[in-house]
Design a protein around this ligand. Sequence first.
Ligand code: SAM
Length: 274
Amino acid sequence: MTREPLSPEIMTYYARAAEAARLFEGAGRLEFARTQEIVLRHLPRRRTVVLDVGGGPGTYACWLARLGHEVHLVDASALHVDQARAASALEPTRPLASARVGDARRLDHADASVQAVLLLGPLYHLTEPRERLAALAEARRVLEPGGLLFAAAISRFASLLDGVRAGMFRDPAYVAIVERDLADGQHRNPTAEDYFTTSYFHLPHELAAEMERAGFAVLELVGVEGPGWVVPDLDSRWSDARERERLLWAARMVEREPTLLGLSPHLIAVGRRP
Ligand SMILES: C[S@@+](CC[C@H](N)C(=O)[O-])C[C@H]1O[C@@H](n2cnc3c(N)ncnc32)[C@H](O)[C@@H]1O
C-alpha cells in the first residue's frame, strides 16, 4: 500500500486548481444534479452526520451543510481542504462541521460515529483492489449500523466515450490510453494533455461487488449522467429548462439498466452497513 494518499502525478493534476469549477460546467453540471438527486433519495431529511471522504473543494459537503446536516470533510489534497474551508466560510450560518487533510484508507473518525459517508472520488484514484477495500472498510467502520455509503466510480468506457464526444482520437497518445483503459481499467496519462490522471476505471458490476466484499448491503447501483453527457451542445441545452429536464429524464430512464450502466462516466453504488 502506498504511504502517501496521492501519487505525485495526481497531486500535480489537482494542483491546477480546476476541481472547484468542475461541477459547474459542461457534463459536470449533469453529474452534480444527478448525484444530488441520488443522494437525496436515500439520505434522511432530519439532521444527519455526514462524512464526505475525498470531498475535494467541498461542493457536495457545503450543499449538504446548507440543507442542515452536520458535515465533516476529509481530503488528501491540502489545496482542496483549503478551498472547502473557504467555501464553507461563505456560509456562516451553515458551515462545515470540520474539514481536514486525511486518507480514505486511514480515517481519524471514531467507530460508528457517522450516519452517512460520501466516497465520491477516492475509489477511482486507488488503483489496487486491496486499497479500495481498505477505503470501503474504513467507511464501514465509521458508519453506525444502518448507516449509508454513497460510493462513486468512473466507468471503464468513460475515456472511449469522451474521445467520441470531444474528438480526441486524432491524438495517437489518447488512443493508446483508451486501449489500456478498455483492456484492464488502469488509466494512466503519460502526456501533458488534460486526459485526467492515474485512476482505475470500473466495470459497473465490479463496484457493487467491491461494496459487498467490504460488508455492505447494496441498495442500488446507478449510472449517473445517462446518455445526455455526450451531446456537443450540452451547455446551451442545459441553460434551457425544458431541455435540461429532458437530459435528466433520459438519465433516470436507464439509470439501473444493466446493459447501459457503463454509458455514464460516473457510477454510484448506495450501500447500507448492516
Ligand atoms: C475528482 S475529485 C472529486 C471531489 C468531490 N468528491 C466531487 O465529487 O466533486 C477526487 C478527490 O478525491 C481525493 N482523494 C483521492 N484519493 C484520496 C484518498 N486516498 N483519501 C482522501 N482523498 C482522496 C482527491 O484529493 C480529490 O479531491
